[in-house]
Design a protein around this ligand. Structure first.
Ligand SMILES: [Ca+2]
Ligand SMILES: [Ca+2]
Ligand SMILES: [Ca+2]
Ligand SMILES: [Ca+2]
Length: 263
């Protein structure tokens, strides 16, 4: 009898510890890799480029803010690839209502439907809220990209358009109209990026990408279907809450996932 009890205890303990390992494995044991593009990817909201067949889907299913939406309200997944010039993203979003209440791309953009692409060129981690140690691009439904820049001279927030960094195009799926196919190419800038070009100098240039390079990366979607503020914020990384708050990606690159470029 004792032996049966012992056997059951061991079984229960091993099932519990396995479940724990699977939970943690979401972030730490599933490293994100991006394969290199072969040929061209046309940024046009059509996923028929042959390179996309080399990449595997990654989920956008970790709740950051609000309550967990139903699959019809929001669900999403993405693929990421690279060549020497840029990263490529294919994002498939199901969202029942597309909503863009603020016409100005720099005004309260996080309360409109938008995709957020977080990039930390050297995977340094650390604070990036008012500097370019990392970027938190918000790509709006009008395909414009905005991030918080260095503060204005009077100390106020400075929302800057960085449309040179991202080429974006999306369209609704022909077979499933609530599904949006969103393609983007992202030029990667390091922490020496500046909006101001001193007289006689060249503007900041994106870095070249190569196999083996490791970046900090995260993807997320702000879903609003008609409320004053966004209803759900769902990302690709299971962020550890600090004082109950998981909405940390726009402040620190410490919560990003590591993305390794491979052949
Ligand atoms: Ca395409
Ligand atoms: Ca929705
Ligand atoms: Ca950095
Ligand atoms: Ca929406």
């Amino acid at each position: 009898m004792n032996r049966v009890f012992n056997f059951l205890s061991i079984l229960i303990i091993s099932i519990t510890s396995n479940a724990h390992a699977l939970d943690k494995g979401d972030i730490e044991k599933r490293p994100l890799t991006a394969k290199q593009v072969i040929g061209d990817i046309r940024i046009n909201g059509l996923a028929d480029d042959t390179s996309w067949q080399r990449a595997t889907w990654q989920p956008i299913d970790k709740l950051i803010l609000g309550d967990m939406p139903s699959k019809a309200d929001f669900s999403g997944r993405f693929k990421v690839m690279w060549d020497a010039q840029q990263l490529y993203l294919l994002v498939e979003i199901t969202d029942d209502i597309l909503f863009d209440q603020h016409a100005d791309p720099r005004h309260l953009y996080w309360d409109d439907d938008c995709l957020e692409i977080f990039i930390d060129e050297d995977a340094s981690g650390g604070n990036h809220q008012f500097n370019y140690n990392a970027f938190a691009y918000h790509v709006a439904l009008d395909n414009q990209s905005v991030d918080i820049g260095e503060k204005n001279a009077d100390g106020s927030d400075n929302f800057v358009l960085l449309n040179d960094h991202i080429t974006s195009s999306w369209r609704r799926s022909e077979t499933s109209p609530n599904k949006v196919i969103w393609e983007m190419s992202v030029r990667v800038y390091n922490d020496s990026f500046s909006l101001d070009t001193p007289l006689g100098e060249k503007p900041s240039q994106p870095v070249s990408l190569f196999a083996g390079k490791v970046l900090g990366f995260m993807l997320a979607y702000c879903d609003n279907d008609g409320s004053k503020e966004r209803e759900h914020f769902i990302g690709s990384v299971d962020i550890e809450a600090v004082n109950g708050n998981k909405n940390l990606g726009y402040i620190t690159a410490d919560v990003f996932q590591k993305l390794t470029l491979v052949n």
